[in-house]
Design a protein around this ligand. Structure first.
Ligand code: ACO
Length: 374
């Protein structure tokens, strides 16, 4: 028998091979199909990254236009999805309503039972398109309003932001939102992607795999952190407030959301740096006093956490104020993380089905033995 190795939380364990992405912590680079994710965020659009992740290479201008039209044409959601969402208790968490909707979407895809990489790509693009429409309308539908239908005359990010806020973002706002989508699009093997691959490895379909990923992302140790960060900033109120707020929690040995990362450990998440720069530019351009205050609070807390705990911000930390200044309702922050991540998740399901090996690890048993039932 092979030597028994046990790493709690699978820390540092290589769980799969992938050609999709890799966190090169030493070089502070997030490699996505050979490109640096930050270069993609600075030079390309989210739709380009969807093409790169799901089709395997960056589209040229013409291919991007075709893909963007295809996504917008597929973005309309079956009316039954809205009816089902209306039947759910209004107090139900937005991620739980989203999980129900993603699961139900599978029933409207004629290809759902055909599990192979080609069908996964086809279904996956539908999910990328429809997840944005569902996420954008979660609050509206909970409040009993009519959902906003996607408008294919806008770009993908402009339409997504417009469906969320009900108003047209400026070109600068749409660009910031697009960059946030890219920042969230793919990140190697976090809990949600691992969950999706584990599910896909039974040859379950892409809808099942992504439904599991929504459930994983809800947790505050993962995607739920962006909403917790915003709650912290609003509760703390100002720069002195945030310092007090954090010191009190650290004294009680509590975790501060938006700091720390299993892989980056004691380094800055490059995506957090990107969104910090983006936020700095946006609030300066707009002369946004509220945004500038939030930025100062974030910087103060960042210095404090570094001095006290040696910890750095992760993506969720700066995504929260970025979404806030864009006028996005807080309960949509984690659902937007999922909508953006659909591209990466679909790529992983495609890859899992193309080179499948069932995930079935073993345990180190610590319970009793030899008990007699009678
Ligand atoms: N606040 C305070 N202390 C922290 C934090 C934090 N956010 N994160 C880690 N620590 C401390 C731990 O208490 C521990 O201290 P100790 O050694 O004195 O006990 C030490 O740092 C190591 O922490 P671990 O729990 O071993 O780190 P792990 O790899 O399990 O945790 C995690 C990673 C879950 C992300 C953690 O940093 C955390 O809880 N952060 C807050 C939640 C968060 O922001 N999640 C978003 C992740 S990124 C994303 O999903 C986009």
């Amino acid at each position: 028998m092979a030597e028994e190795v046990y790493r709690p939380g699978l820390e540092g364990v290589i769980a799969t091979e992938t050609a999709i992405s890799f966190l090169d912590v030493e070089r502070e680079e997030i490699v996505v199909r050979g490109y640096n994710l930050l270069d993609l965020a600075r030079e390309r659009t989210y739709v380009d990254v969807v093409g790169l992740l799901i089709d395997g290479r960056l589209p040229d201008d013409q291919e991007r236009a075709v893909l963007e039209r295809r996504l917008l044409a597929a973005a309309e959601v079956p009316a039954q999805i809205w009816e089902i969402l209306r039947l759910l208790p209004p107090r139900m968490h937005a991620m739980d309503r989203l999980r129900t909707a993603i699961s139900t979407l599978g029933g409207f895809d004629p290809g759902v039972e055909r599990v192979d990489p080609e069908q996964d790509r086809e279904s996956g693009l539908r999910i990328v398109a429809q997840a944005a429409t569902i996420v954008a309308n979660l609050v509206r539908v909970r409040e009993g309003q009519q959902p906003l239908a996607p408008d294919p005359s806008r770009s993908f990010p402009a339409n997504f932001l417009w469906m969320i806020t009900g108003r047209d973002g400026s070109p600068a706002e749409v660009r910031v939102f697009d960059q946030a989508l890219i920042a969230y699009s793919e990140h190697e093997l976090p809990n949600s992607t691992f969950a999706a691959r584990v599910i896909a490895s039974t040859l379950a379909d892409v809808y099942g795999a992504l439904t599991g990923a929504v459930a994983s992302l809800k947790g505050p140790l993962h995607g739920g952190a962006n909403e917790a960060v915003m709650a912290m900033l609003l509760e703390a109120g100002d720069e002195e407030g945030i310092e007090r707020w954090i010191r009190e929690r650290l004294a009680r040995k509590e975790r501060i959301m938006g700091f720390g990362h299993r892989v980056y450990m004691r380094r800055m998440d490059p995506r957090a740096q990107l969104l910090k720069e983006t936020l700095t530019r946006l609030v300066a351009e707009r002369g946004d006093a509220e945004g500038q205050k939030l930025l100062r609070m974030c910087e103060r807390a960042e210095r404090l956490m570094h001095a006290e705990k040696g910890l750095y911000p992760n993506l969720d930390y700066y995504a929260a104020p970025v979404f806030y200044v864009l006028g996005i309702p807080i309960e949509l922050y984690t659902p937007i993380f999922f909508a953006a991540r659909t591209a990466g998740l679909v790529a992983h399901v495609v890859e899992q089905h193309a080179h499948n090996r069932l995930f079935r690890p073993r345990v180190r048993y610590t319970g009793p033995r030899g008990l007699k039932p009678a």
